[in-house]
Design a protein around this ligand. Structure first.
Ligand SMILES: Nc1ncnc2c1ncn2[C@@H]1O[C@H](COP(=O)(O)OP(=O)(O)O)[C@@H](O)[C@H]1O
Ligand SMILES: [Mg+2]
Length: 497
């Protein structure tokens, strides 16, 4: 022990085997781990990243190869050191790294053996962290193999670049069947799931004039722009800027096109497995790399009203400390000044989206337009009630005796009072585009058309006015061709009489 000033000091070098195992569990998933490796490739100026997975063999592996600047042996050894950089050091503008941990912690979260082979200035260097070896020796020493030939994925390396190879994939294959075909199937499914993540996280690099090309098992991934900004129906709000001590925050709101304005595949692609409701919110990019999405940071709820709103926030890497960016680059916290601004953005979105949705609602129940349902708003409540004055009801009730007529109106009132509101709520929150009006059969449609025409003609409307009115409301709207046919037949019949 050594005396320093008035205090003593003791050696507390971490226990290598324990600490390196601990690095495994900081919460990476396969997709966030692969993204962290690709971050390094992007920072190293790579234009091509190839991910190759071999899952059928008894020693499955994942190789991620880039054509970036590569590393010399000294640089490679430094890169293999956990905590190779001080997180407080200033990073170059395009640097996506932060703690000097990503390469190691992301890799160890998925595998027990990490090999990095890098080529720079014609020289190839390799280094290996094998957790079993560390556990055995209990020391922080990285292996430097003399011979690199035979390392899987090496053939993908070009004149400069880096190969990151994961072997001993215990996490990915743990608990999986020993049957290689079954195992492959499950692992491949996991890898397919990471595909969307990569398309989203790196979409802005993939859309660049000099694009980043990511190949997954020989297939080029398409960028996934969560704002579908190239679709002409997307609404772009003006960009805003908040200037803070460590840099500028840029904010832009987008309103996605309605699902009818997009093809189904695109609509589902941007919804993803979580669906649109869960995908609304802020999309936070650090140096153009998406780090967080689908959250309003607790400033409002993800509601049906704001479902089509997505807000892009761009921050530079100089603001990491302000935003408390974590090692995995998958969480962040709002600096207070940004929080205030984002609250205003949300207020604006909410007033806007309420307007759009209400317009749709009003159209359905506008009195001028033959509503089958009335929307009644009073005392802070909204009720829907069948419109007994609708021609289809009015005309039919005319034909009934007073007693039957009372019974008929009671039945209609019952239908209105038992509207399945909870179920509708649940469906609206889940998949509103799947909710459609029920189809009516021919006989029902004929009766509705005939009575509507009778009442409206009685009210002095001409045929073209009647058609205009009917066109906008159900059940006519959703069966418009049949309706037109029945209208023609009805008019002919009336003229014959
Ligand atoms: N694919 C790569 N190409 C070139 N250099 C790399 C690559 N991957 C990692 N490095 C080097 O290794 C260092 C450590 O990487 P990493 O552990 O991910 O931490 P960070 O990205 O936070 O710096 C990087 O700063 C970089 O210098
Ligand atoms: Mg990194």
């Amino acid at each position: 022990m050594q005396k320093v000033g008035s205090s003593r000091r003791a050696d507390a070098t971490p226990h290598a085997a324990a600490l390196i195992e601990g690095l495994r569990d900081i919460g990476y998933s396969l997709e966030t781990a692969i993204s962290d490796i690709i971050d390094n490739s992007v920072t190293a100026g790579a234009r091509n990243v190839r991910i190759v997975t071999e899952t059928l063999s008894d020693n499955p592996h994942i190789a991620i190869v880039d054509d970036g600047t590569g590393m010399s042996e000294d640089e490679l050894i430094a890169a293999m050191r956990p905590g190779s950089r001080n997180p407080l050091a200033t990073r170059d503008e395009p640097d996506l790294g932060r703690f000097g941990l990503g390469l190691k912690s992301a890799s160890f979260s998925q595998c027990r053996r990490l090999t990095v082979v890098s080529r720079k200035a014609g020289k190839t260097s390799a280094a290996v962290w094998d957790l079993d070896d560390v556990a055995e020796r209990n020391e922080w020493s990285v292996q430097l193999p003399d011979n690199v030939s035979g390392i899987p994925g090496l053939d993908q390396l070009s004149s400069a670049g880096t190969l990151v190879l994961w072997q001993k994939l215990d996490r990915l294959t743990s608990g999986l069947s020993q049957n290689p075909v079954k195992r492959t199937e499950i692992v491949n499914r996991r890898i397919a799931e990471t595909e969307r993540h990569l398309r989203l996280v790196f979409h802005r690099f993939m859309e660049d004039a000099q694009p980043l090309v990511i190949m997954l098992n020989g297939r080029r991934l398409n960028p996934l722009d969560p704002f579908v900004s190239k679709n002409s129906a997307t609404i772009h709000d003006p960009e805003e800027k908040v200037s803070l001590v460590h840099g500028d925050v840029e904010i832009q709101s987008f309103t996605l096109p309605h699902h009818r304005q997009m093809n189904k595949a695109d609509w589902e692609d941007i919804a993803g497995p979580e669906g649109h409701l869960k995908s609304q919110g802020f999309y936070l990019y650090r140096g153009k790399r998406l780090i967080l999405h689908g959250t309003w940071f607790g400033l409002c709820r993800q509601s049906e009203l704001t479902k089509l709103s997505r807000v892009r926030i761009d921050i530079p890497n100089s603001m990491d400390a302000d935003w408390k960016i974590d090692v995995k680059k998958s969480s962040a916290q709002l600096p207070p000044a940004v929080r205030d601004r984002l609250k205003k953005v949300i207020e604006r979105i909410q007033s806007g989206s309420k307007r759009t949705y209400r317009n749709v609602g009003q159209k359905l129940v506008n009195n001028e337009r033959l509503p089958m349902w009335q929307r009644i708003q009073a005392e802070g409540r909204i009720r829907y009630r069948p419109n007994v004055e609708h021609p289809a009801f009015a005309d039919f009730s005319e034909k009934l005796s007073p007693e039957l007529r009372r019974g008929f109106f009671n039945c209609i009132a019952l239908v209105g009072a038992s509207l399945p509101i909870e179920t509708l709520h649940a469906d609206m929150a889940g998949a509103p585009e799947q909710i459609i009006a029920d189809r009516v059969d021919e006989d029902t449609l004929v009766q509705a058309v005939q009575s509507t025409i009778a009442v409206l003609m009685g009210a002095g409307k001409d045929l073209s006015e009647i058609m205009m009115l009917m066109k906008d409301v159900d059940p006519f709207r959703s069966a418009w061709e049949d309706t037109q046919r029945i209208v023609t037949a009805t008019i002919e019949m009336r003229e014959d009489q």
